[in-house]
Design a protein around this ligand. Structure first.
Ligand code: SF4
Ligand code: F3S
Length: 383
């Protein structure tokens, strides 16, 4: 009997994901991308016939926050299982192998699976001093990124450092830090998942989309998927009615703050920041910065450390802060954003689904396709 080894569906089955959970997850993905309901069936069919993708995760000038976001699961869910079941052949923070063994695992993927694997880059790439500010195994981050991203089927720049340079690139940028697109121009199929850190729920949706359609979804002008970055924080913010009514927090802890009024005057950069935080939230949907009384600091935007600081000051000169001119358009934007917002929220809920319902599987997933004729070569040293 087929064990489904090497296939995504076999792994989901083995981990107790039920047919209902899988179908709900696929429907959530379809909703996220504003696809017709029938697309859920196509997504389910495509994922059922998908091999576990090989993924290598590079870390350069970073704080490991995106890795933490990726690993933050407190209980397994369909989305988390999809992330878990990626054949994560190289990730220096969590792999068991070290030193030469680890570098061999990376080289093995690059040589044996050229053009097949997915690369994730976390952290910025220093280009100063010939790349000497960040070296791993005697190679500069720049040369590793060129080699690994250059041979990947597609690359995800994960977090604001990998997308636009982030904190290491803040003025005066002593290491010449750059995001992937600038450091390694011409990388094939690169997509940016910015924020500090990027939200794992968006990564799940993005990877599920890629596995289904074999390409990335539509992106905005700075290379981010529109499903997650197509709407400003301000347009979906739960405090928006207070902004429109002119009800602002004037000091930390004042009555307006305790009543959940708008944080615009306390430096909120929500009007010029684009991400779906108000809908998918963080920590299994528990809350998000503005939800717990903190202004958005614009962490998903390019150069936010330079352009959005001081974080707690209202900055009328930041591009896009002529909000008064757009107030009349709010209704239009909110209506246009509803489908995307609902869909993203649904995926967020799918990611949480098994937290709330820990009962056993309802019905089993379909059997995986026939097992591969050859076992995939062993490439990694993951536990
Ligand atoms: Fe929300 Fe900030 Fe906009 Fe106020 S300024 S409505 S707190 S995003
Ligand atoms: Fe970042 Fe603002 Fe969301 S600070 S996490 S983009 S609310």
């Amino acid at each position: 009997m087929s064990t489904g080894e090497g296939w995504l569906i076999g792994e989901l089955k083995r981990r107790g994901v039920s047919r209902r959970e899988f179908v709900l997850f696929c429907a959530g993905i379809a909703g996220t991308f504003a696809l017709p309901g029938s697309a859920a069936t196509k997504i389910a069919a495509a994922l059922s016939k998908t091999k576990k993708p090989i993924l290598v995760w590079l870390e350069f000038q970073d704080c490991c926050g995106n890795t933490e976001s990726f690993l933050r699961a407190s209980a397994p869910t369909v989305g988390e299982v999809i992330l878990d079941t990626l054949s994560l052949d190289y990730h220096e923070t969590i792999m068991a192998a070290a030193g030469t063994q680890a570098e061999e695992a990376l080289q093995n993927v690059v040589k044996t699976h050229k053009g097949e694997y997915l690369a994730v880059v976390e952290g910025s790439i220093p280009t100063g001093a010939g790349g000497a500010y960040c070296t791993i195994g005697g190679k500069s981050a720049l040369s590793i990124a060129r080699e690994v991203c250059g041979g990947a089927a597609a690359t995800i720049a994960m977090g604001t450092c990998a997308t636009y340079g982030g904190l290491p690139a803040a003025a005066p940028n002593p290491t010449g830090a750059l995001g992937v697109a600038d450091a390694v121009p011409g990388v094939k199929n690169l997509i940016n998942l910015s924020a500090c850190p990027a939200n794992a729920a968006n990564m799940v949706a993005l990877i599920a989309y890629y596995l289904t359609f074999k390409r990335w979804p539509p992106v905005d002008g700075v290379g981010r998927p529109l499903f997650a970055y197509g709407q400003s924080i301000h347009d979906a913010c739960e405090r928006r009615a207070h902004f429109d009514a002119g009800q602002y927090v004037e000091a930390w802890g004042d009555e307006a703050h305790r009543n959940g009024y708008c944080l615009f005057k306390m430096g909120c950069k929500g009007p010029v920041t684009h991400q779906n935080c108000p809908n998918i939230r963080w920590n299994e949907g528990t809350n998000w910065p503005i939800g717990c009384g903190h202004p958005c600091i614009g962490c998903a935007e390019p150069d936010f450390w330079d352009k959005m600081t001081p974080f707690y000051q209202h900055l009328p000169n930041v591009a896009g802060f002529g909000v008064s001119e757009s107030i009349d358009k709010v209704g239009v934007w909110l209506a246009a954003g509803t489908a995307v917002a609902f869909g993203a929220h649904t995926v967020g809920k799918m990611v949480q689904h098994r937290l709330a319902t820990r009962e056993g599987p309802d019905t089993e997933l379909p059997a995986p396709p026939s097992p591969p004729s050859k076992q995939p070569p062993k490439t990694g040293g993951m536990p």
